[in-house]
Design a protein. Sequence first.
Length: 470
Amino acid sequence: MAIVDKGVMRRMSTAQIDIAVPVPLPEAAPQTARPSGGGAQAVVHSVASRVAILALNAFTGILTARTLQPAGRGQLAAMIIWPLFLASATTLGIPSSLIYHLRHRARDRSELFANGFAMSLALGILATISGFFFLPYWLHRYPGPVIHAAQLFLLTLPLCSTTLVGRAILEGSDEFSTSNAIQILTPLATLLALLAFWAVHHLNAFTAAIAYVASALPTFILMSARVRRVSNTRWRLSLDACKRLLHYGVRSYGIDILGTLALQVDQVLVISLLTPSAMGAYVVVLSLSRMLSVFQNAVVMVLFPKAAGQPPEKVLQLTERSTRISALITISCGALVCLTGPYLLALLYGSEYVAAAGALRILVLEAIISGAVFTLAQAFMALAKPGIVTILQGLGLALSIPLMLWLIPTMGVIGAATALLLSTVARFLFVYFGFPIFLRTQRPKLSPGKDDFLSIWNLVCQQLRPEFKP
């Protein structure tokens, strides 16, 4: 399973630079964004799309893991992680700011769209230039061709940055189904390209990397077409709109970058501290554990747009209920993965990866807690307290870097997983106990009740038999 397949990160994609997003687009036919229905229904649709994504990622992961073996899989990760990581780390909070302002200032849609894209494109280009000079120092354990390929693939970074903004616009406009379709298209295009290389017996670390980064182009095209459909006026640049986006964005930027680091800082450090073979094994177990985030990510995708603009009592109610239900599902799936982990690794990826089963169990627990943290953090975002949750998350995440630098050299893959778990537990405690202190609300009730189990049962019944009324 590839590093870039973690959709946790509400982010995906990349490919070429020849785009002209900041210039005014031809005026599209007037069309109003169509709400995707209630929050529960939107979550179900998001879960369904993520199940499809997981299935596609499973095929790509199995194909690359078995064909490339751990060393080749590690080289592939070293080449493809950077566009997504750097794009997510240099957003300045613009995607979150767009969702927030689209809920509060719908009349300024055209200005928000244009300036959001313009700033994301500029940030993507700057990140590309910086990464080009940074990578040779960080990838010193890898052969020269791998380093040069990683630098070349950075050209896809601006597309990744603008796609993040495009998805935020769609989600802020209640176009959740379209956002889900965009996310499905990326692994689908990747799988088709990988199968094409495999069919002609030319699948190696470099051609696999090409398959991953090239899949961003159709994703970007689909995103651009759909964004134009929800915009019914000519776009225009505005300094005031930039300031407005940055005012909220910079304050929420911390949670964006901390979310990125929480998911990827371990991989970035592992790339530098472990051999390609160990890196390949770690990537496989990490990707398998991240499958558990499917429901929590779907909840977060819908929760923030739905909660933004609601009174504090309603935000707390939405947040705690979403956290409980998503955690219940994730824990159930996590227990199954822990029990069958070694068999899954041997059956799907090969016996070379079974040695990392211990790390898989640790990462499963970390994925459950991390999903709860991300869901709880949306309450701070919806109540215009992004700076507070950024500080709380930062305190917990700050522990991970020294822990990894200490544990990875001595414990290898197990050390990386343990450091990530300890950091995530700290982040959960900071956010959970921050509700009464900073939001002036009671702490969320996270103990599941009868109503939570009934809600899950009702959702399942409605999807299996829409006419069924429990």
